[in-house]
Ligand binder design. Structure first.
Ligand SMILES: Nc1nc2c(ncn2[C@@H]2O[C@H](COP(=O)(O)OP(=O)(O)O)[C@@H](O)[C@H]2O)c(=O)[nH]1
Ligand SMILES: [Mg+2]
Length: 332
């Protein structure tokens, strides 16, 4: 059992040494713990610090490509190097690396494909009430889309099984945390959650400049996931609302027209027609979204098979493993 702990970093030379020092190197049920630093075009000495502290696996981008891309490249690297489980922690030392052993337990026991560390945000003193409220609302919306009941959908302290990583595809550049939960939920991958406590704050978030930007970006990511995975919910709801809003004035117009009212009530007719056209459009979009969904399911299936072939152990390795497992026990 090979565990990769990956740390996406953007200018983390100050906090990385403590993160590395607190990652347990021996964990029950795991044969090797490998550490992978993804340096996303840092302008400080992040990669050098990592190498000096003995990190063998360093993926470096020459320019900053964003957290989602860094995560994806880390996962590709880990899978190519035989990872059975990948844990993600942050370079700002926000998460308790000492709990990695607990985090991967549900995967080791075969009870989950993915585990999220619940930061218990209600208890974090340096989170503002607005940030706490946003975390609650965000988690609620993500859970509704994913069909899960996770208390903290935006936590960056997560563990994935190899199988889960083969099935997940990162599409948006931003907020892959929430996106991967919605995907995992819709792909019926079991997701578990364990409570953790976070370390004291080391610096301001670099992912969001302010709470407004956080809200807009998270909102976009969630809206996109809904359109992708719950098109019925989105388009049928909007279509139904517009339909009702269109039928009422339409009925009003018809009533006056049939009863021979002298006023034309043309406004009702125009308004009703516009609303009904909108409603019709929504249902047309629903059909397209549904067709797209079938296409995507086929594409994702093909991608999973490609990954399985791509990351299968090389022929020599496979034979070695096979012959090792076929060695007969000594006779007594
Ligand atoms: N690859 C990459 N990592 C980033 C970027 N911005 C932040 N990070 C890393 O993502 C993690 C979380 O960032 P942080 O600023 O702590 O955001 P927080 O999750 O809101 O606390 C840290 O490990 C950062 O080094 C980025 O643009 N690219
Ligand atoms: Mg942080």
């Amino acid at each position: 059992m090979k565990l990769f702990v990956q740390i996406p970093c953007l200018n983390e030379e100050a906090t990385l040494p403590h993160v590395l020092a607190t990652i347990p190197r021996r964990i029950d049920g795991v044969d090797t713990v490998e550490i992978l630093v993804i340096d996303d075009g840092s302008t400080d000495r992040t990669a050098e610090v990592a190498r000096n502290l003995g990190v063998v696996h360093v993926v470096r981008h020459t320019s900053t490509m964003g957290l989602a891309r860094a995560f994806r490249d880390g996962v590709d690297y880990a899978l190519a190097h035989g990872a059975d489980i990948v844990v993600n922690t942050d370079g700002d030392d926000q998460y308790p690396q000492a709990r990695i052993g607990d985090l991967i337990q549900p995967i080791l026991r075969g009870q989950a494909e993915r585990v999220v560390g619940d930061r218990q945000t209600a208890t974090i003193s340096h989170f503002s009430p607005v940030k706490k409220a946003m975390q609650r609302i965000g988690s609620y919306v993500v859970n509704a889309a994913a069909g899960t009941a996770l208390p903290d959908a935006a936590s960056g302290f997560r563990a994935y099984s190899r199988g889960a990583l083969m099935r997940l595809n990162i599409i948006t550049r931003f907020s892959y945390c929430m996106e991967t939960i919605i995907q995992a939920g819709n792909k019926r991958l079991r997701i578990a959650s364990i409570p953790i406590t976070t370390n004291p704050k080391t610096r301001e978030s670099r992912l969001f400049k302010n709470i407004g930007q956080h809200m807009v970006k998270s909102g976009q990511a969630i809206a996109r996931s809904y359109v992708m995975y719950k098109p019925y919910m989105v388009f049928a709801t909007i279509g139904a609302v517009l339909g009702v809003a269109g039928l009422l004035p339409f009925a009003r117009f018809l009533y006056y027209w049939v009863t021979g009212s002298p006023d034309g009530h043309i406004q009702s007719l125009v308004f009703g027609t516009a609303m009904l056209t909108g409603s019709l459009l929504c249902f047309a979009l629903l059909v397209i979204a549904d067709l797209q969904r079938s296409n995507r399911a086929l594409l994702e299936d093909a991608l999973e098979r490609i990954k399985q072939m791509q990351y299968a152990p090389a022929a020599g390795e496979a034979q070695d493993q096979e012959s090792a497992s076929q060695v007969a026990p000594p006779r007594v």
